[in-house]
Design a protein around this ligand. Structure first.
Ligand code: NAD
Length: 410
C-alpha cells in the first residue's frame, strides 16, 4: 500500500461512518491541486544540479491551504499527497480556519552547504509562489527545514510580491514569528498526553517513555516529559538509539546535538541500533521521526501499551489494525502533533493583525484548543465505540463536509 493509499484508508473508514457518497469520497480522496517543479541550483563546484520539488493542496474548504515543507531524500509526490490530506483532517479536528497542504524537496540536507540550502529554499519557493498567498496557501517548517528556511522563503516571496510575513509560519521571532512556535509541536504532544492521562484518571509522571527522532518534535517532547518527572529511557535519531533504563539526562543530550552532532557519538554508555527504540520495554512509545516506521514487519515487537504519533503517519494501516486489536492505545497524529499548526495559526493571525502575543497567552490558548479537540475525540470514541483515530478522523471529515456543503460544492 502506498503512503497516499494509507491515508485514504483512514479517510475511507470515516467516510463509511459518515455514509458519504462515492462522489464525495472521490472528491476528498484526491488533492485539489498538485504542483511538481524543478529546483535547479548552481552547486559550490559551479555545476548545475536539478532537484525535484512539490506542493500539493488537498482541500481549501475551511480556509487557506496550510502545511509544512519537508527537505528529505525520501520526499516524492506520493508522500506529499498523503501528508497534504492529513493536514486537512488535522486543521479541521483542532478547528483552525485552514485547509490542508504539504510541500517538499527531495534532498538530503546533511550533504549540502548552508548557501546551497539557501539557494534551494529560495528557488523552490519562487517556483511554487504563484499558487501561494497569505489568504491562499501558507507553508511552515517540517522535517529538514526550520525557522531559517522560513526566513529565506519569506524573503524570496517578499522580493516578488512585497513584504508579507504571513506567507509562512514558523519564522524567527525577529521576522514576525510567534513566541512558542518552535517548541509547539513537542509541547503539544505532552499537553495531549497529560490530558489523556487525566481523562483516564492515571498518573503520567510514573510512566517510562521511548522516543524515536530527536529533532524539533522529539527533543521538545523529551524535554517537557522529563521536566514533568517521566522517565525518558530512550531517544533515537538517524544514527542510533541511546538507552538508559534509569532515565536519560535529556539536557545533556540536547546540548550534544546542538552543534549538529549525532546521538551515536554521545557519552551515554548504552548505544543501540537505530531501530531498537521501537521495541524497548517502556510504557509509552513516541515515534517522532518519519512515516511508516511501525508496520507489518515489526508491530508484534512493540512492548509499549500506548503509542503517541508525534510524527505524521508513523503507523501503517496494517499495524494500526493489529495493534488496536491487541489493545494498544494509539493517540493519532492529527491530534497528537497538532500543536505546531495551532501555533502557526496564532502566528498567522498575529501577522495579519500586526499584534504580538506573550508566550503565556500562546501556551494557554494552545492548551485549550488541544484539550477541546481531545475532548471531542473522547466523546465520539465512546458514542460510536470506535478507536481514537477513527473518532479524530470522523470529526475532521465531518467538519470539512459541512464546509463543502455550505459552500455549495456537494
Ligand atoms: P527534524 O528534522 O527536526 O527531526 C527529525 C529527527 O528524526 C532527527 O533526529 C533525525 O535524525 C531523525 N530521523 C530521521 N530519519 C530517521 C529514521 N529513519 N530513524 C530514526 N530517526 C530518524 O523533524 P521534526 O520537525 O522533528 O519532524 C519529525 C516528525 O514530526 C515528522 O514526521 C514531521 O512531519 C512531524 N511533524 C513536525 C511538525 C513540526 O512543527 N516540526 C509538526 C507536525 C508534525
Amino acid at each position: 500500500m502506498s503512503f497516499a493509499e494509507s491515508s485514504n484508508y483512514f479517510f475511507k473508514q470515516a467516510a463509511k461512518l459518515l455514509e458519504l457518497s462515492e462522489d464525495t469520497i472521490t472528491l476528498l480522496s484526491q488533492p485539489y491541486r498538485e504542483l511538481h517543479v524543478q529546483v535547479p541550483i548552481k552547486m559550490q563546484n559551479n555545476k548545475t544540479k536539478v532537484f525535484q520539488g512539490y506542493r500539493v493542496q488537498h482541500s481549501g474548504a475551511r480556509g487557506p491551504y496550510k502545511g509544512g515543507i519537508r527537505f528529505h531524500p525520501e520526499v516524492d509526490l506520493d508522500e506529499v499527497r498523503a501528508l497534504a490530506q492529513l493536514m486537512t483532517w488535522k486543521t479541521a479536528l483542532v478547528n483552525v480556519p485552514f485547509g490542508g497542504a504539504k510541500g517538499g524537496v527531495s534532498i538530503d540536507p546533511s550533504t549540502l552547504s548552508e548557501s546551497e540550502l539557501e539557494d534551494i529554499a529560495r528557488t523552490y519557493f519562487q517556483n511554487i509562489s504563484h499558487i501561494l498567498g497569505v489568504k491562499r496557501d501558507v507553508p511552515a517548517p517540517d522535517m529538514g527545514t526550520n525557522e531559517q528556511t522560513m526566513a529565506w522563503m519569506m524573503d524570496s516571496y517578499g522580493a516578488k510580491f512585497g513584504h508579507s510575513p504571513g506567507i509562512v509560519t514558523g519564522k524567527p521571532i525577529a521576522l514576525g514569528g510567534s513566541e512558542g512556535r518552535t517548541a509547539a509541536t513537542g509541547y503539544g504532544v505532552v499537553i495531549v498526553l497529560k490530558h489523556y492521562f487525566q481523562h483516564m484518571a492515571q498518573d503520567l509522571t510514573k510512566q517510562s517513555v521511548a522516543i524515536q527522532g530527536f529533532g524539533n518534535v522529539g527533543m521538545y517532547a523529551a524535554k517537557y516529559l522529563s521536566e514533568l518527572g517521566c522517565k525518558v529511557v530512550a531517544v533515537s535519531d538517524v544514527s542510533a538509539t541511546v538507552y538508559n533504563e534509569n532515565g536519560l539526562d535529556i539536557k545533556s543530550l540536547e546540548n550534544h546535538i546542538a552543534d549538529g552532532s549525532l546521538l551515536k557519538d554521545c557519552s551515554e554508555k548504552n548505544i543501540l541500533d537505530r531501530d531498537a527504540v521501537l521495541s524497548l520495554n517502556c510504557d509509552i512509545l513516541i515515534p517522532a521521526a518519519i512515516g511508516g516506521v511501525i508496520n507489518s514487519s515489526n508491530w508484534e515487537n512493540i512492548q509499549a501499551s500506548l503509542i503517541v504519533e508525534a510524527a505524521n503517519a508513523p503507523i501503517t494501516p496494517f499495524a494500526d489494525y493489529h495493534l488496536q486489536n491487541r489493545g494498544t492505545v494509539i493517540l493519532p497524529d492529527i491530534l497528537a502533533n497538532a500543536g505546531g499548526v495551532i501555533v502557526s495559526y496564532f502566528e498567522w493571525t498575529q501577522n495579519i493583525q500586526q499584534h504580538w502575543w506573550s508566550l503565556e497567552r500562546v501556551n494557554q490558548e494552545l492548551e485549550k484548543m488541544l484539550n477541546d479537540a481531545a475532548n471531542d475525540c473522547f466523546v465520539i470514541q465512546k458514542d460510536k465505540n470506535v478507536s481514537l483515530r477513527e473518532a479524530a478522523y470522523f470529526i475532521g471529515v465531518q467538519r470539512v463536509i459541512e464546509a463543502l456543503e455550505l459552500r455549495g460544492f456537494i
